[in-house]
Each structure stands twice: as structure tokens, then as C-alpha cells.
Ligand binder design. Structure first.
Ligand code: ADP
Ligand code: C5P
Ligand code: MG
Length: 256
């Protein structure tokens, strides 16, 4: 069953240590499209949520954990809603790349903890990401830079219409991210919407699977869950793995 973890990776050994190469899934889509919720549903359906972090075969990481620290003048702008958090440069993209490469090498990693209320990284605190069989990486711009995009074995795009997204973002940011209505609406019109159109939407073409309506789309979520389930069985000693599309993909990407 999938409760067993294997230490043998499909890429053999890493520095003499058996490496696990996880199946890496990128999940993108506009703000409040339901990326985080879709990933949460996938984790629930695969029985991962109640598991100790060390025991999880599937883990989910958010691009939001990689917002970079702001300079003092940028901080002041952010407090007034005048900083563009939807621009690719708002993230520590080197750290994203390094972290995903470490994950693919089967290494344990530490990722920052981000606080939306203060627009900053919480000092002296990290989240440990333990090696897993499947890793979901979700965020508005995870397909923007080609060096990051090319690391994913599967790319999903959560496609929820803009009106619905705005309708969901407003109460979420007020309740969960400590913002007031004016701040949220101004930020949305000045930065979030234009940046979505300029940077996020054009990356939809890179997606392998588009999920219309986000978390409401239980059929799409079930299809993805089944696919992950197959991968977990295969990675844990299942049958006929040579023929599985995952290995086809790995052969193609490692032979070039
Ligand atoms: P994202 O991570 O893409 O920004 P979230 O998953 O945080 O989106 O969803 C945005 C907000 O909308 C959250 O408050 C979430 O609880 C809510 N939400 C997400 N999907 C649905 C849905 N299908 N129906 C109703 N509310 C939803
Ligand atoms: O979960 P979601 O995809 O909505 O997270 C990304 C959004 O978070 C971006 O649209 C950005 O505007 C917002 N954000 C923010 N304040 C921060 C960091 C991100 O409003 N300090
Ligand atoms: Mg989110």
C-alpha cells in the first residue's frame, strides 16, 4: 500500500546516498482562483492531512513562502498598498529554484515562513520539508521563469473567472490577511489585476491540465488524485512501472 515509504529513488544514488526523486507538480492560476484550496483537497483525498509531516508521501508548498524581504522604503509602500506583490520580482526566485532542485535531489529542506500581516518573513523560523514521493508547488507565478517552470513533471492551471476571484479575495484578505476593504480594492485594481494579465495569464499556455472552476471541479480533482495515487503505488514498488508515463517523462527529460 502507499503507507510504505521506500528509500530507493528512480534516479539511483545521490553522493552515495539513495535518492528519492519526487514527482513535482506545479499549480498556478490567478489570485483566489482556488490554488491553495485545490491542493488542500488533493492532500485530504490522499489521506495526507492527518499524517505527521515526516510521514507524508505528498507535500504541498506555496510560492507565497518565498516572498522576498522588503527594503525599508518598500515596506512603507507595502503598508500603503503601493507595493506590487504580483510582480515576478517580488519573490526570491533564486531560493525557489534552489529549493525545488534540493527537493528533486531528495534532500530535506527548510523554507521561510511568511506573514502577510507584516509583509515580511518571520525571523528565525522555518518550515521543514521532508522528502516525499509527490510535491505540489502552488502560486500565482510558478510558471513564469523557464528555469523554474522546466522542473515540473506536471503543470496545472486553476482557471476561475476574475469576478469570482475578486469576490473571494476581498473577504479572505480582510479576514485572514489583516487588510481593510479599501486597501484590498485599491491593491487589486492597481497591481493585482494588471499583473495577472501581464505575468500570470500568459503562463496558462504552459499548463498540461487546466482546472476550470477550481475546487468546485471535483471531477478534475479526482482525476488528479487518481494520477497521484498511481504514482505513489509505482514509486512504492508497484507493477508495470516501466510502461508508466511518469517514467517515459523522466527518460525524455534526463536523456537530453
Ligand atoms: P488561491 O490560493 O488561488 O489564492 P484560495 O484557495 O485561497 O485561492 O481561495 C481563495 C478564497 O476563496 C479562500 O478564502 C477560499 O476559502 C475560498 N474558496 C476557494 N475555493 C472556493 C470554492 N470553490 N467555493 C467557495 N469558496 C472558495
Ligand atoms: O494565495 P494567493 O495566490 O492569492 O497569494 C498571492 C497574492 O498575495 C498576490 O496576488 C499578492 O497580491 C498577495 N500578497 C499580498 N501581500 C503580501 C504578499 C502577497 O497582498 N505581503
Ligand atoms: Mg493561496
Amino acid at each position: 500500500g502507499i503507507t510504505r515509504k521506500l528509500s530507493t529513488g528512480i534516479n539511483g544514488k545521490l553522493n552515495g546516498v539513495e535518492a528519492k526523486t519526487p514527482f513535482l507538480i506545479g499549480v498556478s492560476g490567478g489570485t483566489a482562483s482556488g490554488k491553495s484550496t485545490v491542493c488542500q483537497r488533493i492532500m485530504e483525498k490522499l489521506g495526507q492531512v492527518d499524517k505527521d509531516h515526516k510521514e507524508r508521501q505528498v507535500v504541498c508548498i506555496s510560492q507565497d513562502s518565498f516572498y522576498r524581504d522588503l527594503t525599508p522604503s518598500e515596506k512603507i509602500k507595502a503598508e500603503k498598498g503601493q507595493f506590487n506583490f504580483d510582480h515576478p520580482d517580488a519573490f526570491d526566485n533564486d531560493l525557489i529554484l534552489q529549493t525545488l532542485q534540493d527537493i528533486l535531489a531528495g534532500k530535506k529542506c527548510e523554507i521561510p515562513v511568511y506573514d502577510y500581516k507584516t509583509n515580511s518573513i518571520i525571523p528565525n523560523q522555518t518550515t521543514t520539508i521532508y522528502p516525499a514521493d509527490v510535491v505540489l508547488f502552488e502560486g500565482i507565478l510558478v510558471f513564469y521563469f523557464s528555469n523554474i517552470r522546466d522542473l515540473f513533471h506536471m503543470k496545472l492551471f486553476v482557471d476561475t473567472n476574475s469576478d469570482t476571484r475578486l469576490e473571494r479575495r476581498v473577504p479572505r484578505d480582510v479576514k485572514e490577511r489583516g487588510r481593510d476593504l479599501d486597501y484590498v480594492l485599491n491593491q487589486y485594481l492597481n497591481f493585482v489585476k494588471p499583473a495577472f494579465e501581464e505575468f500570470c495569464l500568459p503562463t496558462k499556455k504552459f499548463a498540461d491540465v487546466i482546472i476550470p472552476r477550481g475546487a468546485d471541479n471535483t471531477v478534475a480533482i479526482d482525476l488528479i488524485v487518481h494520477h497521484i495515487w498511481d504514482i505513489l503505488h509505482i514509486k512504492n514498488g508497484g507493477i508495470a512501472y516501466q510502461q508508466h508515463p511518469y517514467f517515459e517523462h523522466r527518460r525524455a527529460s534526463t536523456s537530453s
